[in-house]
Design a protein around this ligand. Structure first.
Ligand code: NAP
Length: 221
């Protein structure tokens, strides 16, 4: 299947949380933000899950040069038309990828606000393989995924991630309600898990930067 090269990026605590139980996700140092901004300029598109829009309302600013397509994975078109990813889109286009049951009135409201709505499959949930195929068809060759944990899980489960970059912050936050780097049902056995090959270790301010390549996975979740 033709699809973009997918880089999954996140900033997390040492215990693997990408947000605290209250939804605070400020784990990056100023130096790490610089790295994230460089990454955003090097890709054709940036993708996030709808919960990240609802909790963080990110702008996904791209500072210099690039104007990547910004994509929200949002089965039921719950992205508010006033979300900053839409209203602060600058020169970027915004796509909301929805499933087969997204209500027409919400779809229309998003289109009116300037977003493109792409229906990825007929089922309730966004079909990520269909979405990836469509992105490739449109010339998107490098895609940056910026979470959250549930989107990360679905992409990993379907073998759609090529590289993982994490900025580890030396804090421990705990909390069973706090979102982890990878949520969802999880792999049942270590032998079935997504294996990674370490590419590099670095530092950005107080963050430890780890880059991994994803190894082919044969086991089922
Ligand atoms: N530290 C970091 O780097 C970082 C980065 C990003 C986010 N975060 C944090 O992560 C938290 C949000 O993470 P989250 O796991 O709750 O949400 P998420 O991954 O942002 O969004 C998940 C939602 O996406 C929708 N979706 C549609 N199709 C899907 C599919 N095929 N697979 C998976 N999801 C699909 C689902 O809602 P529907 O069923 O309604 O479609 C699902 O509940 C926030 O607290 C945010 O601050 C941290």
């Amino acid at each position: 299947m033709n699809r973009p090269y997918v880089v999954l990026n996140a900033a997390m605590s040492l215990d693997g949380k990408i947000a605290t139980r209250l939804g605070d996700s400020e784990f990056s140092s100023p130096e790490d933000w610089e790295r994230v901004h460089r990454l955003r300029c090097q890709v054709d598109a940036i993708m996030i899950g709808v919960n990240t829009v609802l909790v963080d309302d990110p702008k996904l600013t791209v500072r210099s040069g690039g104007k990547p397509l910004k994509i929200v994975v949002d089965s039921l078109a719950r992205t508010p038309p006033t979300a900053r990813i839409i209203t602060y889109r600058g020169e970027s286009r915004v796509m909301v990828a929805v499933g087969g049951e997204a209500p027409a009135y919400r779809v229309e409201a998003l289109k009116k606000a300037g977003a493109e709505v792409f229906r990825a499959g007929r089922k309730r949930k966004v079909n990520l393989k269909i979405l990836m195929g469509e992105l490739h068809r449109r010339g998107i060759r490098r895609l940056l995924v910026e979470g959250g944990g549930n989107l990360n899980w679905s992409l990993l489960k379907e073998g759609l991630v090529d590289e993982v970059q994490v900025a580890i912050t030396p804090v421990l936050v705990g909390g069973k309600e706090a979102v982890s780097l990878v949520e969802g049902e999880g792999f049942g056995k270590v032998s079935e898990a997504q294996r990674l090959k370490l590419l590099s270790v670095g530092k950005a301010g107080f963050n430890i930067l780890l880059k991994f390549k994803c190894m082919p996975r044969e086991g089922k979740p």
